[in-house]
Design a protein around this ligand. Structure first.
Ligand code: AMP
Ligand code: ZN
Length: 453
């Protein structure tokens, strides 16, 4: 290989990925700029990026905050100067200009840009938002409708590819737009949120943007978000609109640990399986065990037993609730793939025996079938919920799903009933041992079973 070619490869690999974004909500929702800067930039954005840098030192990216209004930029710059000292290699810049013309005006290429939208995925009052909808016209409306038919959720990110034949793509090099539904602080628009709520939601919005950026460029989960988002509440923009002003939080439901699956970039972990389906070739063998055009088989990242894998169809299907009779073949194919893995695993350790099936209420988006050995010996098995999710009716064998689809044509569960099962007292799945009250007792007991087998 020639030196020139190697250098070219290196340069390509090192191609800086740019994300251009406006100061969220300051125009769109009339968020007070000093507060937006403080909570959006300082507390969340910078903190998140610091962690991001620590985790992904090799990832060469740049974040360009772009605004037409220098006042807005000044506030961010001031805040930024206050805290940038302790950051070594930071790639955050502010630029006065139009986000849609960064390349032609300033010779800065951002493959990803962030644009605010409304809960109906329509252009809002903000100029940038109008410009983008003008520039891409009906194609954008159609694509948004197709990808995101449900009302948008405040704080979530909705990425859309920019058509290759559009000027934005050809001249400006913009490949994807990450739409966000940002919180409304404007009292003249319906149901403005309180300052406290808006702060939370603004943080969530920045989380979602970074998360989407990371997922789209690296095909992996952006880890820091999982920890930050835990106490953020999920609010649909539709809810906000429908909510009576006198009861500001009546429709805001606390986010539970097992959430309804949502869109990419919603804050991390519930979308982590998608990149495996989209680009399985990107992952090391230690993560992806096998893939073909239809399926990918990965090692569960937090295995609850000696062997624990997930068999996932690459076609996007959120969960078992979406399955219909016509998906029976897919379910059978999943089972076949599962049986194939089990054979492989048993060749290595004949003592193992397995079950394969689904959690009645999954925590991750994208249909995935667990293939799990029944020893349940693993440091990642840590609590009652873990245990009960694999050893009570909460775990539904693939054959059962097959039967339900054959008979009823769809899978409908009472979520509350199944979630209650997770609270059941600990009970050994192999014998009637009575004395198991706590997880350490259970673990000891499981070791005994393993040693006897
Ligand atoms: P559930 O959605 O409840 O069926 O289970 C999701 C499974 O995915 C759990 O067993 C987790 O341990 C596992 N998991 C969570 N995050 C990841 C990840 N990033 N990669 C692979 N597996 C994961
Ligand atoms: Zn037992």
């Amino acid at each position: 290989m020639s030196l020139k070619f190697i250098n070219k490869l290196k340069n390509e690999q090192k191609r800086v990925v740019g994300l251009g974004f406006p100061s969220i909500s300051t125009n769109f929702g009339d968020f007070p700029i000093d507060i937006a800067a403080e909570i959006g930039c300082e507390i969340h954005l910078i903190k998140a990026i610091k962690e991001f840098l620590k985790l992904h030192k090799e990832f060469d990216f740049k974040l360009i905050l772009t605004e037409q209004d220098s006042k807005v930029l000044n506030v961010f710059e001031l805040k930024w100067k206050e805290i940038k000292d302790d950051l070594e290699d930071f790639k955050f810049q502010t630029k006065k200009g139009n986000l849609l013309q960064l390349k032609s005006d300033l010779r800065i290429e951002c493959r990803f840009i962030v644009v605010e939208t409304t809960w109906r995925m329509k252009p809002g009052t903000n100029q940038l938002s109008k410009q983008i909808f003008d520039a891409l016209g009906s194609k954008l409306h159609e694509e948004l409708k197709r990808l995101y038919p449900k009302p948008g959720i405040v704080g979530e990110a909705y990425p859309v590819k920019v058509p290759k034949d559009s000027d934005l793509h050809k001249s400006e090099g913009i490949e994807q737009i990450i739409f966000v539904v940002s919180p409304n602080m404007n009292p003249s628009r319906p149901d403005p949120v309180s300052l406290e709520k808006a702060k939370e939601l603004l943080k969530k919005t920045y989380d979602s943007i970074l998360n989407a950026f990371w997922e789209l460029t690296n095909g992996q989960e952006y880890r820091s978000i999982t920890t930050i988002k835990d106490n953020v509440q999920e609010v649909s923009a539709f809810d906000i609109l429908m909510k009576s002003a006198s009861k500001p939080s009546s429709k805001i439901s606390p986010e539970s640990s097992r959430r309804t699956p949502s869109k990419v970039g919603s804050g991390g972990w519930n979308n982590v399986l998608l990149p495996y389906c989209q680009k399985p070739e990107m992952f090391p063998k230690s993560e992806v065990y096998y893939y073909d055009n239809e399926f990918v088989i990965i090692f569960d990242k937090y295995p609850k037993a000696k062997n624990h894998l997930l068999v996932i169809p690459r076609k996007q299907i959120d969960n078992i609730g979406e399955l219909k009779k016509q998906n029976l073949e897919l379910v059978r194919a999943l089972k076949e793939k599962g049986q194939w893995v089990i054979e492989k695993m048993k060749q290595e350790n004949p003592k193992l025996f397995f079950r394969m099936g689904f959690h009645a209420v999954p925590s991750l988006r994208q249909l995935h079938m667990h293939v799990i050995s029944q020893d349940f010996i693993s440091p990642s098995l840590k609590n009652k919920k873990h245990w009960n999710s694999f050893t009570t009716e909460f775990f539904i064998d693939v054959e059962e799903i097959e039967r339900i689809l054959e008979k009823q044509g769809e899978v409908k569960f009472n979520k509350a009933y199944y979630e209650d099962l997770l609270k059941s007292p600990l009970k050994c799945h192999l014998c009637d041992a009575k004395s198991i009250k706590f997880i350490p007792d259970l673990k000891k007991h499981l070791e005994e079973h393993w040693n006897e087998s």
